[in-house]
Design a protein around this ligand. Structure first.
Ligand code: CP3
Length: 341
């Protein structure tokens, strides 16, 4: 039994006496403790593949920041790697793939990942679960199939992901074939995560916002829906489709339990679209560069806008590495102390 199950209750739409709060990228460079642990590994990939170190940084924000959930330290790019496309994480540049997907033969050569192919993530989850001692829930995750396809085609980060979008426009059948393989791999992977101890799953569609509305439904949402249908009978699922502000109503029709919102979305508008589903978000991470008075004032306003029930407090995207740790802690403390809904 979880000692603090606020996140689980909020995700399921059950009554909470206080709004739960966690932060995307809470296990990251904002914490000097993370940087110290990371220095023990040769590089990012070795770090991700080391269950002891991964468990250590997963738990750090629970004790240092006082958040109401842990999110397993890993990366969405472990799926392309398990399917046959290894990557490197280049310092201050981001991900880089040696091999990318160009044609049908490349797609056919990809392996459908099984949970066992990602045994190091399963071990990290099991170890974290044990060390967390049921203090807070443990969140598992994967990338949305579209976001994973985008990296597989592009081979690195991009402002526009125009190569990946070109593929959707010129090779739609191949794109669907690739999305099917990524979806099958993601379902195997997430089932493994649940068996290893994940209490809730979040799907990160970080690049939803580069797609047109029709393409988002055709190439992204239908695959996230398939994943939700496979996983939501086991644990609650959150869909976070960044910048797909028009899609809340359609996302609410899937079997997800919560909808993640970026900071461009008005909370009242989101409520009218969400069909009673729990909302998660949506402070601008840059708010945490502001002075303390502004952080408290804006956080209070956001909490009032969302209300206490059916709500998980978070940012609208991940923490930036140069945000002051004290401001991050102030945000968490402000949410936990607020009572004036
Ligand atoms: O605390 C957590 O949120 C859990 C850990 C987590 C990481 N990546 C660790 C990480 C999670 C949930 C992710 C997901 C992820 N990875 C996404 C989706 C979320 C989002 O941000 O939109 C994406 C797009 C990636 C791909 C990725 N990983 C990029 C583009 C980069 C480089 C950018 C950067 O911040 O350096 C990463 C690296 C990465 N993943 C870091 C961390 C803590 C930083 C690497 C480091 O420690 O040097």
């Amino acid at each position: 039994m979880l000692k603090n199950d606020l996140l689980m209750r909020a995700a399921k739409g059950e009554f909470v006496e206080r709004v739960p709060v966690w932060l995307m990228r809470q296990a990251g460079r904002v914490l000097p403790e993370y940087r110290a642990t990371r220095a023990k590994a040769a590089n990012f990939i070795e770090f991700v593949k080391n269950p002891e170190l991964a468990a250590e940084v997963t738990i750090q924000p629970v004790h240092i920041l006082g958040v109401d959930a842990a999110i397993i330290f890993s990366d969405i790019l472990v799926i392309p790697e398990a399917m046959g496309l290894p990557y490197q994480m280049i310092e201050s540049k981001g991900p880089w793939f040696e091999k990318t997907i160009k044609n049908a033969a490349d797609i056919e050569a990809l392996h459908i990942a099984e949970a066992d192919d990602l045994g190091y993530v399963m071990q990290a989850l099991q170890l974290t679960k044990k060390q967390l001692n049921n203090e807070v829930p443990l969140i598992g995750f994967c990338g949305a199939p579209w976001t994973i396809l985008a990296y597989m085609i592009e081979g690195s980060g991009s402002k526009t992901f125009s190569k990946a979008k070109q593929f959707l426009y010129t090779q739609p059948q191949l794109a669907h074939r690739l999305l099917e393989k990524i979806t099958a791999s993601s379902i195997n992977y997430l089932k493994g995560q649940v068996a290893a101890g994940a209490d809730l799953i979040q799907l990160f569609d970080s690049w939803a916002g580069v797609l047109s509305e029709t393409h988002f439904y055709e190439f992204s949402l239908q695959y996230m829906q398939q994943i939700c249908d496979a996983i939501s009978p086991l644990v609650p699922v959150t869909i976070f489709a960044k910048d797909a502000h028009y899609a809340i109503e359609r996302i609410a029709q899937t079997s997800c339990s919560s909808i993640g919102l970026d900071w461009t979305i008005n909370p009242h508008h989101a409520r009218t679209q969400a069909n009673g589903k729990t909302l998660q978000g949506n402070a601008d991470p840059c708010l945490l560069y502001a002075n303390e008075t502004t952080i408290v004032k804006e956080t209070h306003a956001m909490l009032k806008d969302f209300g206490k029930q059916n709500y998980i407090c978070n940012l609208g995207h991940g923490l930036y590495p140069d945000l002051p740790k004290e401001h991050v802690k102030l945000f968490v403390d402000t949410v936990k102390a607020f009572t004036q809904y």
